[in-house]
Design a protein around this ligand. Structure first.
Ligand code: MG
Length: 481
């Protein structure tokens, strides 16, 4: 789990990088001077203290809570054995066998045949996540839900001492324990907490001790602890970047820090500048409070099938189930959209995306379905289908500007949708669905647990979607997606 990283380029793009530029392989004697110069810069900036809360094996812990017989046993949440899906979350008992999120379930089963497999229940995870956010907001309003089970808190203003004062770390530690304890008491869930001068260091600190850990890292500690580690350990650096860096002889975070900004810029562009700043534990991005999240630009769902579809009727049944989900999300979040797009991935992994404009903004299932169905029919080529998705874009907020329905049948349909939403709110998403979508469920013997897609406005660094839930479908982790 986790989300898109947000490293500020502002600091890295300042003049400081030029002053400190060295040859790609900086001699060690220059390193001390370079460090001092950077520390001077850091002390000039406003000192902040950030906590990163990371729930421990969140999905697995919630499933064990819902079914006590699963507590303490090796548990995998995600796709079920025999499917093409992957592990979304593994309990610590399952992790002891080497099972990790993103691993195909078939591989997990081979590694530990005694593991229990449970499918995902996204509505439970989202609901609890919202309760945790509410709970954290009792401590400070500066809370950013970074993903469904991670949050950043800016606690600078809660400290009675100057954050730059070394004695303030005692207060920070007490606060971290207090928050972690209150979450455990309230939700019977454990979390690990990392504290640091910025989001990057806090995030990396929370991974140091898990589960139930509290780790505090200042800039010096960050360097001491991480500079000897491989670059992949640096949050935001993937395998591809790591192998590109290796070509230049950069294997550790320390070596990345020693490389000159110009050198990294030349080979990695703006990302090179960010990489250099990250290696120095620098991140000037601020908390984006969850209540100030930018409005959504589009909302959508997609579903990867366990076995490919080969008839248009089956495709249309799945589209209806997806349109039903998208419509429900739009109504729940108070949006209407005018643009409907479908995404089709065929058996040969070729993708097709088509979109069209509707007559006006809508949040009604039938409008979304008709738009998507027409696109599907116009583009159906007879090939097998492994994934279908619907997205509604060009969103506008609807709160306070609900349109009156002219015709009685339209009013009845709107009332029907409102009733469906209330039923689902009370009894869960799977409690009721359109009869037309039954074909999909009956013929395939599988429920629809689509992957949620959501795009935010680009003007503010977008926090990862609150509803970005790994469902255990392979697509959640597939780089091709
Ligand atoms: Mg977690």
């Amino acid at each position: 789990m986790g989300g898109q990283r947000q490293v500020s380029l502002a600091g890295a793009l300042g003049g400081r990088g030029k002053q400190l530029a060295v040859t790609p392989r900086t001699p060690r004697r220059n390193l001390k001077r370079q460090t001092e110069a950077r520390e001077g810069f850091i002390s000039m900036a406003r000192a902040r203290r950030i906590l990163h809360i990371d729930m421990d094996a969140y999905f697995a812990a919630l499933e064990a809570q819902a079914c006590p017989s699963l507590a303490g046993v090796p548990l995998v949440v995600g796709a079920l054995p025999g499917s093409r899906g992957v592990v979304a979350s593994a309990s610590y008992e399952a992790r002891a066998f080497g099972i990790r999120a993103g691993m195909p379930v078939a591989q997990a089963q081979r590694m530990a045949p005694q593991v229990q497999f449970v499918s995902c229940h996204p509505s439970l995870y989202i609901h609890t996540s919202r309760l945790i956010l509410k709970h954290l907001l009792e401590t400070t309003s500066q809370v950013e839900m970074f993903s469904i089970d991670e949050a950043y808190l800016d606690i600078t203003d809660l400290l009675s001492r100057d954050p730059a004062d070394p004695a303030s770390w005692k207060q920070i530690e007490a606060l971290a324990h207090e928050i972690s304890g209150s979450i455990e008491r309230r939700f019977c869930l454990t979390c690990s907490v990392g504290a640091g001068p910025n989001k990057l260091i806090a995030k990396m600190a929370s991974k140091v001790k898990k589960p139930r850990g509290v780790t505090l890292l200042g800039n010096d500690c960050f360097r001491r602890r991480f500079w000897s580690k491989p670059v992949e350990v640096l949050y935001g650096v993937g395998k591809k970047t790591a192998s590109s860096l290796m070509i230049f002889g950069i294997e550790t975070i320390g070596e990345l820090a020693e490389a000159s900004v110009e050198f990294l810029q030349r080979h990695f562009g703006l990302y090179g500048t960010a990489l250099h700043a990250m290696a120095w534990g620098q991140d000037e991005s601020s908390i984006v409070p969850s209540h100030a999240a930018p409005p959504a630009k589009s909302l959508g769902h997609e579903h990867t099938l366990q076995s490919d579809l080969h008839s248009p009727a089956e495709g249309e049944a799945l589209l209806l189930a997806l349109a039903d989900r998208v419509g429900e999300d739009l109504r729940c979040e108070g949006y209407a959209g005018r643009r409907v797009a479908i995404r089709v991935r065929h058996s040969d992994f070729s993708n097709l995306t088509r979109q069209r404009m509707l007559e006006g903004p809508t949040q009604e299932t039938r409008d979304i379905y008709r738009g998507a169905r027409d696109l599907f029919r116009a583009n159906y080529c007879g090939d097998g289908i492994r994934l279908l998705g619907i997205t509604v874009g060009d969103l506008i907020p609807t709160r306070g500007r609900e349109q009156l329905k002219l015709f009685p049948e339209d009013r009845r349909y709107r009332d029907l949708l409102a009733t469906l939403d209330r039923i689902r709110d009370q009894y869960g998403r799977c409690s009721i669905f359109p009869a037309g979508a039954l074909r999909q469920v009956r013929h395939r013997g599988q429920g629809i647990t689509p992957r949620v897609t959501r795009r935010h406005g680009a003007h503010v660094p977008a926090p990862p979607p609150a509803a970005s839930i790994p469902t255990g479908r392979r697509d959640d982790h597939a780089p091709e997606a």
